[in-house]
Design a protein. Structure first.
Length: 632
């Protein structure tokens, strides 16, 4: 029996120093709380157990929003990136998504340095084995080695470690990711507190030795010439970039995998946990898309000082001999050597509908949860939840209203609302298609949407706030200049003809010119004589987007007004839905379970129909009248 002793008291304790835990702890410490962050192994702080990149479609948006609110991920990847690309530039600005390849080791080193240098924050190695709570209020935690720490709030950010079990073919063993120790006791403590746990799984591809690859047989994928920083705190970034490489599977690859499906942990039924549909294993892809004669894969460097290369698109739980066999069929990998075999990991996580929109457990006061443990998948999704859990643990301690972003304010709002209102039966990954108001929620305007809010809650500091105000005013000034600067026919008709744009008969503002799809801000430089020479690239592109998509943006803002109408119809937490006549049984059960904060949130609960919402609106009106009569 471990001897226990009281080791200290904090305001906030964060269990886990992954992408969620780091953001949560930094937010709490930066909002003035004495904070402790714990990890089973400090050498795994901000570890990237899977893809060596930050961002991508929908995920880049989350990183920008975390940054705009005063979080760390954007700043950290700007320090540790080795390649940067803006994805989907052929499509509209709503889906433009930044993605940066990271030097994983440098990413870890920079984040650890930031944690260690943060005032109010203590960083400690230790495994939490118990959550201490009294009368459903959290009081602290106990470590395996015996120390007990008390605190006003605790945040769970344990990722894929709880009950971690690794699968490589028929071989399986208890472990955390990357050979790190799992967390095997905390789950029991959570179950004793009445928290329901479920099993999810995810998988990662092999890491292969760069020395054994032939890049002449692959297509080089270089970074962008112009690097767009992730953080709004950085204007321009210059760095020598490393390339990724594109190659493809072929019929022989598919034959080997098909012939060995029964040896895959996933296909032999060994794994109970549910996996991510949008990060399928190569087995899944070959079975589900059997008609495809090849699948693309990217060979991505894991860092500047390592020969390890990540095989993006080839996660698997097939045995290692099969991994070597199918990888060797791929152009450029014929002599491949595996440095780390691919594996699948199964782990405990919660049903996120047990959480409020503030990420606090409904049943345990001051206990919050964030990241993969909430059923999401991805560094960016974890960071966004960690930030919000950190902020809300502080606001709860201070007796303030929780900080909640709705679906029209950010991808963070979409992420958390989807998780806690709808739940998820597989690891949830963010995508632009999940955000109904994505034209307004672009990554390029995250600061214009969120930095003011971050400043009001005390997380955004003066330097970031000043930078935001400065950028906002530069955009406003330039928009005004474009509106009020007119050009005459004789000044621009040659220019218009040259650029295949119809000539004008009377003066026109630069603003109206920019609405023409064939013209853009950079092209107008030729005829725009009053333009400031040093206008910033991001200010210019912001004006370009706002003007060109003005019509669509206005239309979407109207939709948001409609959305906000139902969001503003608040629902008291003490409503007994089981007693509301006219509501269907399923709706009564679901509403009593989720306890939505608004009619809008109620309308997104699966099993609650539009008819149920009408009943609810009538009930609310009756309640309002009754209260009115009582007050008379
Ligand atoms: C094998 C694998 C494959 C993946 N594949 C994908 C993918 O394809 N796509 C994708 O988007 N994401 C993928 N991910 C997910 C991605 O890694 C996670 O989403 C992300 O790391 C989650 O961040 P987190 O902060 O929630 O948890 P993690 O980064 O897992 O960090 C958890 C932290 O909690 C600590 N911890 C756990 N238990 C305890 C305890 N009892 N006491 C103290 N500390 C504790 C750990 O030490 C660690 O610091 C994969 C992850 C793994 C492991």
């Amino acid at each position: 029996m471990t001897e226990r002793f009281e080791a200290g008291t904090y305001d906030v304790i964060v269990i886990g120093a992954g992408h969620a835990g780091c953001e949560a702890a930094l937010a709490a410490a930066r909002m003035g709380q004495r904070t402790l962050i714990l990890s089973i192994n400090l050498d795994s702080i901000a570890m990237m157990p899977c893809n060596p990149s930050i961002g991508g479609t929908g995920k880049g948006h989350l990183v920008k929003e975390v940054d705009a609110l005063g979080g760390e991920m954007g700043l950290n990847i700007d320090k540790a990136f080795i390649q940067s690309r803006m994805l989907n530039t052929a499509k509209g600005p709503a889906v433009h998504s930044l993605r940066a390849q990271a030097d994983k080791n440098l990413y870890h080193i920079e984040m650890k340095k930031t944690l260690e240098n943060e005032p109010n924050l203590d960083v400690k190695q230790g495994e939490v084995v118990e959550i201490i709570a009294k009368d459903n209020v959290v009081k602290g935690i106990a470590l395996r080695a015996g120390s007990i720490y008390y605190s006003k709030a605790v945040i769970l950010a344990t990722g894929t470690y709880l009950g971690g079990k690794i699968f490589i073919g028929q071989s399986s063993f208890q472990s955390g990711p990357n050979g790190l120790a799992p967390s095997l006791e905390l789950s029991d403590s959570l179950k004793k507190l009445g928290i329901k746990l479920t099993r999810f799984k995810t998988g990662t591809p092999a890491r292969i030795d760069m020395k054994t690859l032939d890049f002449d047989q692959m297509e080089e994928q270089p970074g962008d010439e112009v690097i767009v920083p992730f953080s709004f705190m950085n204007d321009e970034l210059y760095r020598e970039q490393i390339s990724c490489w594109l190659t493809y599977t072929n019929g022989e690859t598919h034959r080997i995998i098909n012939e060995n499906l029964n040896r895959s942990a996933m296909y032999s039924g060994q794994i109970e946990g549910t996996g991510p549909r949008y990060c399928p294993s190569i087995e899944d892809k070959i079975v589900r898309f059997a008609d495809k004669n090849r699948h693309q894969l990217f060979i991505e460097p894991e860092g500047l000082n390592t020969k390890e290369m990540y095989v993006q698109g080839m996660s698997t739980s097939l045995p290692e001999d099969v991994q070597i066999a199918f990888l060797s069929t791929i152009p450029g990998l014929q002599r491949v050597k595996i440095m780390r075999p691919a594996y699948a990991i199964e782990y405990d996580c919660i049903d996120p509908t047990e959480l409020n929109l503030s990420l606090e457990f409904k049943g345990i006061e001051n206990l919050f949860s964030a990241g993969q443990f909430n059923g999401s998948s991805g560094y960016e999704e974890a960071a966004a939840q960690g930030l919000m859990a950190g902020i809300n643990s502080v606001l709860k301690i201070q007796g303030e209203e929780p900080f909640i972003l709705d679906r029209s304010q950010g991808y963070i709002g979409v992420l958390i609302d989807d998780l806690v209102t709808k739940g998820t039966n597989e690891p949830y990954r963010m995508m632009t298609s999940r955000a109904e108001y994505r034209l307004v929620l672009r990554q390029d305007n995250a600061d214009l949407r969120l930095t003011e809010k971050g400043y009001k809650i005390g997380l955004v500091k003066e330097d970031r706030y000043r930078k935001y105000i400065d950028r906002k005013s530069q955009i406003d000034i330039e928009m005004e200049r474009l509106k009020t600067t007119s050009v005459k026919p004789n000044e621009i008709n040659d220019f218009l003809e040259k650029n295949g744009s119809s000539q004008i008969k009377s003066s026109i503002s630069l603003y109206d010119l920019l609405k023409r799809p064939e013209l853009d801000y950079h092209m107008l430089k030729e005829i725009d004589t009053t333009r400031a020479q040093d206008i910033k690239r991001d200010v210019a592109s912001q004006c370009n987007v706002q003007i060109k998509y003005e019509g669509y943006i206005t239309k979407q803002l109207k939709q948001i007004d409609q959305f906000k109408k139902l969001e503003s119809k608040k629902l008291y937490q003490d409503i007994e839905y089981s007693k509301i006549e006219g509501l269907r049984i399923e709706a009564r059960q679901k509403l009593d379970e989720i306890k939505p904060l608004s009619v809008g949130q109620a309308s997104r609960i699966s099993g609650v129909s539009p008819a149920d919402i009408s009943v609810l609106l009538v009930f609310l009106e009756q309640q309002r009248r009754k209260r009115g009569e009582e007050n008379e």
